[in-house]
Ligand binder design. Structure first.
Ligand code: OAD
Length: 251
């Protein structure tokens, strides 16, 4: 593998000075773990499946078995995946700097990498909740081909946010607070198209934080970010975090 070019020195200087960090991650950070993203042209989930048939409350009412089995398949995919150097770099950063880690991912790979606190904006595929009470149910029988009944009268559904549903209020509030409080906001592996998550880096920009994007492709955020680094999270994020961590070890 070719050595990465060095980071721009104004970026390194600011990374070394900054104390409070926030990071927003999207499906791209898990791409190198083999988890498909949503919007890649050929391989993305939304290129192969129609979200309105699989990821809305109406779809679940219409065909619960179809939705349940699609999520069961995705649970198997993420169970077989392992965290990559991008996930691990964020664990390292949190060991050296106050970091609020915000993710749109439901795959749990940040926690499996060792991140203790993760603000999950879109839920977690490894949890289910009761449709009648909203209570989290665990464990459940993964062999079921239709949603199993919950102990409280409803059935189980994945504890994820579907199109048309509100994000968990406490998570969104915490994410916004972190965007407003941080000095550096890292935006990693997201197409920056889905709101309200995509509004977080914009809020950070408004209050003067340095926004650093890591993505192999341009996004609507790229022109507004202070730095838009083109490349894979598994390569660039360790480099970015090393710039901060090296500064800590120098005192
Ligand atoms: P997308 O699939 O929209 O975007 C993934 C982004 O990751 C793209 O911009 C890619 O260029 C980038 N990418 C690919 N490989 C990468 C790598 N190795 N390193 C870094 N970046 C890489 O996924 P999200 O932005 O996460 O919502 O999508 C946002 C939301 O839309 C998801 O949370 C989901 C979806 O509908 C819900 O399910 C509610």
């Amino acid at each position: 593998m070719d050595a990465l070019p060095p980071l721009p020195s104004p970026l390194v200087t600011q990374l070394q000075r900054a104390r409070r960090f926030a990071a927003l991650t999207g499906a791209g950070i898990s791409a190198e773990s083999g988890v498909p993203t949503f919007r890649a042209a050929q391989t993305g989930l939304w290129a192969r499946y129609r979200p309105e048939e699989l990821a809305t409350p109406e779809a679940f009412d219409r065909d619960p078995a179809l939705v349940w089995s699609w999520y069961a398949w995705r649970r198997q995919l993420v169970a077989a995946a392992t965290p990559n150097p991008g996930h691990r770099a964020l664990v390292d950063l949190a060991n050296h700097r106050p970091l609020t880690l915000i993710t749109q991912n439901v795959d749990d790979l940040h926690r499996r990498a060792g991140s203790e606190e993760v603000v999950e904006l879109h839920g977690n595929i490894n949890r289910c909740r009761c449709t009648a009470t909203g209570r989290v149910v665990a464990p459940w029988d993964e062999g079921e081909t239709a949603p199993p009944p919950s102990p409280w009268g409803g059935v189980l559904r994945p504890d994820v946010v579907w199109f048309g549903e509100a994000l968990p209020e406490a998570a969104l509030e915490k994410a916004l607070q972190a965007a407003l409080d941080c000095e550096v906001f890292l935006v990693v592996g997201t197409s920056a198209l889905v709101y309200p998550a995509a509004a977080l880096p914009l809020a950070a920009l408004e209050v003067g934080a340095m926004v650093v994007e890591i993505n192999p492709e341009a996004t609507p955020l790229s022109d507004r970010a202070h730095f838009s680094l083109r490349g894979a999270a598994g390569e660039l994020l360790p480099q970015v975090v090393a710039a901060c961590v090296d500064a800590s070890s120098q005192g």
